[in-house]
Each structure stands twice: as C-alpha cells, then as structure tokens.
Design a protein around this ligand. Structure first.
Ligand code: GLU
Length: 440
C-alpha cells in the first residue's frame, strides 16, 4: 500500500519536473502519513482490519478554551488541546507543545507517533500530545503561567499519573511542567509529582531528562555508524535545529568527536566545513536571545541549504515536513536521523530510499526523551531517585536494544527501518488489543 501509493506519487513528481504544467503530488499531512505507515504494518503483520480501524483514530480529543488576562488588562482567549490516541499499553503519554502551527490534525499525528514510540521502546504507555497554538515568545512569564495553569485546570479530569502524563515539547520546559504539577496538585488537594514528567529536580524530576532526547539521538547515530564500521569521531554531521533536541545532540556528538558542520534555528544556520565550535556557539546563542545568527565562527547558511550539505549524517531536529519532494533529491548525507517528529514527507521518504539513503525513523531516533520520562515516573512511583549515570545507563540500554531490534528486522526482511519499526511497534499494540478484547 505504502509503496504503490508513494511510487505513483514519485512517478508523478518526476513527470511534473519534466513537464512543468503537470500537477505536483498532493500533500499528505503527518496524520495521514502515520496512518499510511500503520496500514503498511497492518498488511505486513496481517492484523485484523477491525483492530486497525480502532488504531487509526484517536480515542479522545479534548479542546478547551483558555481565557487569559494579559498584562495590559485585556483578556485574550486561546484554544488548548489534548489528543489521546491510545491507552492499550498503559497511561497516555506525550508532550505539550506551544507553537503557532499547533492544530488538532498535527497533534493527532504526534499523539499517534507517541503510541508507536512507547510500544517500540517497550515502555508501558500509550500515546498522547497536547498543545496551544501560541508563540510563547510573545507572552510575558506571568501570562504564560496563567495560560498554562488554566490549560491544566481545564484538563484536570483528563490527566493524572495513571491517566495521561504530559511532558515538555517544543515551546515548553520544566517550568511549564512545574506549573501543571502545582495546578493539578492544588485541585486534588495533595502533591502529585507523577502527573507530569520533565519537571524540575526539586519536585521529583529526573537527572538526565534535559539532555535525554539529544543523547538518544546520538546513541542511535552511533549504533548505525558502528554497524557500518564507522564511528562518531570524525563523522560530519549537519543538524537542523539548535533547541532542546538539536542543541543537546550537537553538544553530545561534538563531545564524541563528530564534526558538526552546520546547525540552524528559525533564523537560519551557520556552517563550518571543518566543524563548528559547539560550546562557543552555545555561549554565543545564550548571549544573543538564543539565536545563532551572526556567530563569527562560521558562514551563514539557510535552513534549505543545510539540508543539502555534504555530510555523513543529516539530523532534522526541528519541525515536521522539512525534507519534501522539493529537496529530497539534494540530500547528500548517507544517513538521515529523524530527531524531529515526522520531518520527512511520504514522497520524500520514498525518494531517499530509492537513492539508498538510510532513514533512522523518528519513533526510534527521538525516543530518548520519553524513555527518561518513563524512568522519572518509575523513580517517582517508587520514591527512590537515581544518579545521572544510572539514568543514562538504563536509557542507553533501552535505546540500544530497540535500535538493534529494528535494524535486525530491517535487514532480515530487506525493508526500510521505518517499516521494520512500525511492524515491531504496531505488532505489540495489536497483540495487546487482541488480548484485552473489545469493550463491551
Ligand atoms: N515531547 C517528547 C516526544 O515527542 C517527549 C514526550 C514525553 O516525554 O512524554 O517524544
């Protein structure tokens, strides 16, 4: 199903480039794309179509209206959402995104990706995602606190340590998680640290959580390079994004001896063929309103140019839909590690595959964050807290084992890693769905 749909689109794209008047392939949004990958896993595993029909839909979608008193005294009303895709394996789990592009359709895709990510890593959670369509940079800290607390109190019946456990995502951090934890706790009348993960250490956060997604990305890349007889040391890596994920990955990969030839943020990128001085770039960004523009240790490069740079590994670590049918033929890296969720469109994925470029899929590459969220939750539930070394070791073990399960299946069946990852993840959820049966 995937192959035939995509092949048709690739063929139509090729025809379109020869014949300018031909239509370009229809855009397939991340949600439909994720359903397509699910459908392929259904065929590969011969899953009961009744089960697939259930897994295609989010189980619950909550939209709340959030009136917020701005510092000016004016009241603005913003919409907040939480999409709960599936809780067959355990409580819903997933981040909270504050970004102007947040929509129900985007969150539905991201929630479904969380289901597969948790299942693939073997952690006992389902998938969810929440968000508010705002640009957090346009609000004061006080306004953001009021927005977050009202959002949390509107969701009070839908979240909880055994129900649905939010975490940080784009535009949110430990600060917002502390506000959610406090609001939830005040409402139920006692402290409930387990209602969120990615919270500050002072209220039961885990050591290692901040760098976790970036560390997981570095581990996935390291494993793939070592399978090919290569190592991180000396490898050339370009990273789109320099935030919580891209910035942490850049730091850790740089420390491991990789040459980070380019990084970017929303304002553009910086390139240095011999490798950027990442600690200096971090310091520069910290002094420059978290922007890397103007960094003297490299040349400016656009986000678009970054994706086409000559390098060994390309790491899209920003938003969805970055590698598309318009630029997939320019990617020069041999490996693309999806640190962002859904950064490659369906047609682009097929184009990369046809060019022999290996994609390490998002549900594997960026799972380090939710894995350490799980470890944070486990520590909280057992009231025993570990040192950073233990947290990182446990996470590395889960990441490495998941990586090799995917890689082995892909090799055995001669299929792309994404298809193998979906087979493993969807297979687990479908088996549990069968065992639980349909209520009533
Ligand atoms: N937002 C992160 C993700 O997309 C982490 C989610 C979590 O820790 O629950 O994987």
């Amino acid at each position: 199903m995937v192959s035939s749909t995509v092949s048709k689109q690739v063929a139509s794209k090729q025809a379109a480039s020869k014949q300018a008047a031909s239509p370009t392939p229809a855009y397939i949004c991340p949600y439909d794309r994720t359903c397509t990958y699910l459908g392929q896993a259904g065929i590969d595993l011969q899953i009961d179509p009744n089960v697939l029909r259930i897994l295609e839909q989010p189980r619950k979608v909550v939209t709340v209206s959030i009136p917020v008193k701005l510092d000016s005294g004016e009241v603005e009303v913003v919409a907040g959402h939480r999409v709960q895709h599936c809780d067959i394996l355990g409580p819903y789990k997933g981040g909270t995104r504050y970004h102007p592009a947040v929509s129900l359709q985007e969150l539905s895709a991201l929630a479904m990706l969380m289901t597969w990510k948790c299942a693939l890593l073997g952690i006992p959670y389902g998938g969810a995602k929440g968000g508010i369509a705002i640009n957090p940079a346009r609000y004061s800290v006080g306004e953001l606190e009021r927005i977050t607390r009202r959002y949390a109190s509107e969701l009070i019946k839908d979240i909880g340590p055994e129900v649905d456990i939010p975490a940080p995502d784009i535009g949110t951090s430990a600060r917002e998680m502390a506000w959610i934890m406090d609001t939830y706790s005040m409402n139920v009348g006692h402290a409930v640290p387990g209602v969120v993960t990615g919270k500050p250490l002072s209220i039961g956060g885990s050591k290692g959580r901040q760098m976790a997604t970036g560390l997981g990305v570095a581990i996935a890349i390291r494993e793939m390079l070592s399978e090919r007889g290569l190592s991180l040391a000396g490898s050339k890596i370009a990273i789109q994004g320099f935030g919580k994920v891209g910035g942490a990955a850049a730091t850790l990969l740089h420390e491991a001896g990789a040459k980070i030839v380019a990084v970017s943020d929303g304002g553009g990128g910086i390139f240095a063929g011999g490798g950027l001085d990442i600690p200096a770039l971090k310091q520069y960004a910290a002094r420059n309103n978290r922007r890397i523009k103007g960094f003297p240790g490299g040349e400016p490069v656009s986000n678009w140019e970054l994706l086409a740079l000559s390098c060994d590994v390309l790491v899209p670590a920003a938003l969805e839909d970055q590698i598309t049918e318009d630029n997939a033929d320019r990617v020069q890296a041999q490996i693309v590690a999806e640190a962002a969720n859904a950064p490659i469109t369906l047609v682009a994925d097929q184009m990369l595959e046809e060019r022999g470029i290996t994609v390490i899929p998002d549900i594997l590459t960026n799972a380090g964050g939710v894995v350490v969220s799980y470890l944070e939750w486990v520590q909280g539930q057992s009231y025993v807290f570990w040192d950073e070394e233990r947290v990182n070791q446990e996470m590395e073990g889960l990441m490495v084992r998941a990586y090799h399960r995917v890689s082995q299946k892909a090799r055995e069946l001669k299929i792309p890693m994404r298809r193998a990852a979906y087979m493993l993840a969807v297979g687990r959820v479908a088996e549990a769905a069968g065992d639980r049966g349909l209520y009533p």
